[in-house]
Each structure stands twice: as structure tokens, then as C-alpha cells.
Design a protein around this ligand. Structure first.
Ligand code: SF4
Length: 329
């Protein structure tokens, strides 16, 4: 059975149950019909001021005929609550999962146990799946290193392989074979070093050409913050509970800030693009990012699936030019 997910959850439990995990975000954004999915949600009554991702997830669920969705009801997005209520009306079974705001160990343990019970598996079976996924996560971490350390992988490729670690494209072994082919090919390349090194923070962008545009200006994108978190590469040797406690995205911003600053220092990043989504509460966190991170930050906003608009292109050009000038002085 295909099980939809509104964001990253302990996918190990889904795999232990023999189901196929489907990250609904990836189905939405990878579709050539992504814009029409947003329109479909609006036709069904979603307000224009609802988040584009939420509308896309709603329509992607209906179009793919998915019968059950694991919905993150704490730690991701308040709009998910209303969205799953509209899905529930259509007969989709909703399995809730909540990340405790303060990373509380016992509360998180209970949530994972509850998820396992919903899916009819034991904690030990989910742990076995964590072992199965570990070498795959390690290969994606290697792709990340080939990006920032070796200049052999571009920002788009880095984004794609990391974002796939939410659901492993529904089939971990097939995804691993794809990784092996990609790694073999990337290692044959000649390194490309951009004039400046850029990190991208925030939720994955809804723009279709952000990476190509920024790297076309002579920069290299060497960090995708949230996507890197999906890989759980910082805790390949942790147990299941610790793995999902160290994952920064669903908890307080402070954990994300520490992680971003560490990666900025490690990767020698010159400037950060903070991607924000129109009508998303996370836009408020932008002020804290700018207050606490020690480097230039450009905030951009996207709304619907599309190419970058002219104003955002101009702002990106000016940002990269400023970073280049700064570096040369
Ligand atoms: S971008 Fe923000 S509002 Fe949209 S789904 Fe993600 S967390 Fe929710």
C-alpha cells in the first residue's frame, strides 16, 4: 500500500510494515502539472492565501489515489491541520504524528511507538529498517561532500538527492542503485569552483530554476539546509530515537541556527539565501536568522510553482555581485 507523508517522519516504520512511503511534497513539485494542482485546490475552495505547498499536497494526494496519509500535526505546519481535515472528508485515512516542540525524549518515543502501532510493526522492526537505510544515507552524505568539498556536484543535484531521503523514492534499493550510478559519474567530472559559495536555508524552494540561475551567475550552491537534514547524515550511528531528536527542522529554531552556523564555517560559505514561502509562519523566523547568523543573508519569497520572477532575479544578481566584490577586497 502507498502511504503518503506531509513531511519527513520516521519512514523506517512505514518500510517495516512493507508499505511504500510517498512524500507528497515530491510528487507535487516534480509533476509537470504542479501549477494546475494549486489551481485544483483553489477550485475546491482553498483560499489564495493558503500556502502553495499545502494546496499542492492536497491535490497530489487526491490525484495519486493515496488512501492513507501520515500527517505531521506538530513541528511542521499549522496549515496541515486544516488540509488533512479536507482530505479526511474525501475518505483518506489520516495517521497523525507530532514532534514535541522541545525535543522531549519520552514524548518523541511515544509518538514513534504510536506510529509503529498504527502500522502494525514493532520498534525493533523499525530499527532494522534504520540499519537498512544507513548505507543509503551515507551515500547521500557523500554526494553532499562532493558538492561542498570537491566541487563535483551542483546545487540542484545536491538538492534532489537529499530531498529524496524523506521517502527514498518509495524503494530504497532502487534509489541506492541510482545513487551508485550518480556517484560513479560525478567522480569522473572536473571540479567546478564558483567565485563565491552560497548556502540555501529554509523550506525547499517552489521555484523551478533557483539553482541554475544562481550558479549561472558564477556562484556555487554548497549547502541546502533543510534537505541536508532529511538525510539524517549527522547521526548515522544513532538509534532511531536519537536520529529523530537530532533532526533540526521540527523543533525550536535555535537548533537550526546552530546547525546552519556550523555548516557555514565548515563549508566556507560567503552568503546565505533564505528561501521563504508566501503565507508561511516560518517567514517570521527570518528576523532571527538575520540577527544570529554571521554573514550576509538575502531573503527571497516564492508563492506558486514557477520560474524566478524578474524582481527576484535582480535581487539575486545584486546579492551575488555584492558577495563577489566583498571577496575581492
Ligand atoms: S512552506 Fe510553511 S506554510 Fe507551507 S507547508 Fe511548509 S511550513 Fe507549511
Amino acid at each position: 500500500m502507498k502511504i503518503g507523508m506531509t513531511t519527513t517522519i520516521p519512514v523506517e516504520a512505514v518500510l517495516a510494515a512493507g508499505h511504500e512511503p510517498v512524500d507528497l511534497n515530491n510528487i507535487f513539485i516534480a509533476s509537470p502539472d504542479a501549477a494546475s494542482m494549486v489551481a485544483q485546490a483553489e477550485m475546491d475552495g482553498y483560499p489564495r492565501t493558503a500556502c502553495g505547498w499545502i494546496k499542492g499536497i492536497y491535490a497530489a494526494t487526491l490525484r495519486s489515489g493515496i488512501e492513507a496519509v501520515i500527517a505531521v500535526t506538530q513541528g511542521d505546519c499549522a496549515q496541515t491541520h486544516a488540509m488533512i481535515e479536507t482530505l479526511s472528508e474525501t475518505g483518506v485515512r489520516i495517521i497523525p504524528f507530532a514532534y514535541p516542540y522541545d525535543r522531549d525524549e519520552e514524548l518523541l518515543r511515544l509518538q514513534i511507538e504510536r506510529l509503529c502501532t498504527h502500522l502494525g510493526v514493532t520498534w525493533a522492526q523499525a530499527e532494522e529498517q534504520r540499519e537498512r537505510l544507513r548505507p543509503i544515507r551515507a551515500k547521500v552524505a557523500e554526494i553532499d561532500r562532493l558538492t561542498w568539498r570537491d566541487g563535483l556536484v551542483n546545487g540542484r543535484e545536491n538538492h534532489y538527492h537529499q530531498v529524496c531521503c524523506s521517502d527514498f523514492n518509495g524503494n530504497p534499493e532502487r534509489f541506492e542503485a541510482e545513487l551508485d550510478d550518480f556517484l560513479a559519474m560525478a567522480r569522473q567530472r572536473t571540479a567546478r569552483r564558483g567565485v563565491v559559495r552560497i548556502g540555501v536555508a529554509g523550506v525547499p524552494t517552489i521555484y523551478s530554476d533557483l539553482y541554475e540561475f544562481v550558479e549561472g551567475l558564477g556562484a556555487s550552491v554548497v549547502l541546502n539546509e533543510i534537505q541536508r537534514q532529511f538525510t539524517m547524515a549527522d547521526c548515522l550511528d544513532c538509534d532511531l530515537l536519537e536520529q529523530y531528536r537530532r533532526y533540526t527542522y521540527p523543533y525550536q529554531l535555535a537548533g537550526r541556527l546552530d546547525d546552519i552556523q556550523r555548516q557555514i564555517d565548515l563549508r566556507g560559505i560567503d552568503g546565505l539565501i533564505h528561501y521563504t514561502q508566501a503565507f508561511c509562519f516560518r517567514q517570521i523566523q527570518d528576523l532571527l536568522l538575520k540577527r544570529h547568523l554571521k554573514l550576509p543573508v538575502l531573503t527571497i519569497e516564492g508563492e506558486a510553482p514557477a520560474r524566478l520572477d524578474a524582481r527576484t532575479r535582480l535581487r539575486l544578481e545584486a546579492f551575488v555581485e555584492t558577495l563577489v566584490a566583498r571577496k575581492r577586497h
